[in-house]
Design a binder for this molecule. Structure first.
Ligand SMILES: C[C@@]1(CC(=O)O)C2=NC(=C\c3[nH]c(c(CCC(=O)O)c3CC(=O)O)Cc3[nH]c(c(CC(=O)O)c3CCC(=O)O)/C=C3\N/C(=C\2)[C@@H](CCC(=O)O)[C@]3(C)CC(=O)O)/[C@H]1CCC(=O)O
Ligand SMILES: NC(=O)c1ccc[n+]([C@@H]2O[C@H](COP(=O)([O-])OP(=O)(O)OC[C@H]3O[C@@H](n4cnc5c(N)ncnc54)[C@H](O)[C@@H]3O)[C@@H](O)[C@H]2O)c1
Length: 214
């Protein structure tokens, strides 16, 4: 195993993307989705990136990367179509203490972006360790067909009820047993049919019937 599985909180963190093409745009969109503070260094941008700049949601440095640009970022993507520029930017960013992703050189990257499915706070990711991004995408599509948006709603409900259940069941052992038994298909089926309050009641009711003796 080479990769440590970790999900980063990047809200308000300064992140840089070097390059403004299709790959850079994919990385930028994801950074924006998690409210990172993003700067892009590139002489040219995709139309999608250009409209984000116009909407003032993105800082654009409209030129090729220059040494010295990357001294103050938490995370840096090097995603130009120029291998030498990517390498130089990756080396500088790493020396400055940033976590680095180099789009054309996995061996120069500190982390990879996994294929992912998002439903609310539910995040399902697939990594192939850089071995086959196409396989990661295919597996993601298969998983997405199995785990739809209802799981996001289900998660939101469980997360809402967790503090209440914690108050009712006093030991961690009881709570662990309760959740292992309660996360079942019946509540999920209720959610699938839009019966959110019935699903909530089902979980609350189960908590009433659980106790130290059960
Ligand atoms: C998952 C996803 C996330 C994202 O980027 O959003 C992602 N690549 C995706 C798609 C994709 N990328 C490529 C293809 C063409 C088919 C193929 O090559 O397989 C397809 C498939 C497609 O587009 O259909 C080409 C490619 N990718 C990399 C290189 C450089 C190299 O390998 O040297 C080359 C050029 C290779 C060449 O020159 O031929 C490198 C990386 N790509 C990664 C992530 C990281 C490893 C993740 C992992 O495997 O764990 C890593 C290491 C770095 C990184 O970018 O973080 C996203 C899924 C989108 C989705 O889910 O819909
Ligand atoms: N990691 C991945 O998921 C993945 C997927 C496909 C391709 N790739 C690799 O990613 C790289 C970029 O692919 P793309 O399709 O986005 O390319 P692209 O040609 O669409 O975009 C390249 C961008 O880099 C900018 N650029 C060029 N030189 C620059 C410099 N010195 N400083 C700053 N910006 C500069 C250009 O203006 C352009 O905006 C390629 O090397 C490709 O092999 C990676």
């Amino acid at each position: 195993m080479e990769l440590y599985p970790i999900n980063l909180k990047l809200a308000g963190r300064r992140c840089a993307v070097v390059g403004g093409g299709a790959v850079a745009a994919r990385k930028v969109m994801l950074l924006m989705a998690v409210a990172a503070e993003v700067s892009v260094f590139s002489p040219v941008l995709t139309p999608g990136l250009a409209s984000l700049v116009e909407a003032r949601r993105l800082t654009w440095v409209p030129r090729a990367y220059n040494p010295g640009d990357l001294y103050s970022f938490f995370l840096v993507f090097c995603a130009t179509d120029q291998p030498d520029a990517n390498r130089q930017a990756a080396a500088e960013a790493r020396a400055a203490g940033a976590l680095v992703n180099c789009a054309d050189a996995p061996e120069l990257s500190d982390f990879y972006v996994p294929a992912h499915i998002v439903h609310g706070d539910l995040l399902i990711t697939v990594s192939t360790g850089g071995g086959s991004p196409a396989l990661a995408r295919r597996l993601k599509e298969d998983i997405a067909a199995r785990y739809g948006p209802e799981y996001g709603h289900y998660l939101a409900l469980i997360a809402k009820l967790r503090p209440e259940i914690k108050g009712r069941l006093s030991t961690a052992k009881e709570r662990e047993k309760f959740w292992r038994e309660t996360i079942d298909h019946e509540a999920l089926n209720l959610i699938k049919s839009g019966k959110f309050s019935e699903a909530e009641e089902r979980i609350r009711h189960a908590a009433c019937c659980t106790g130290p003796e059960s």
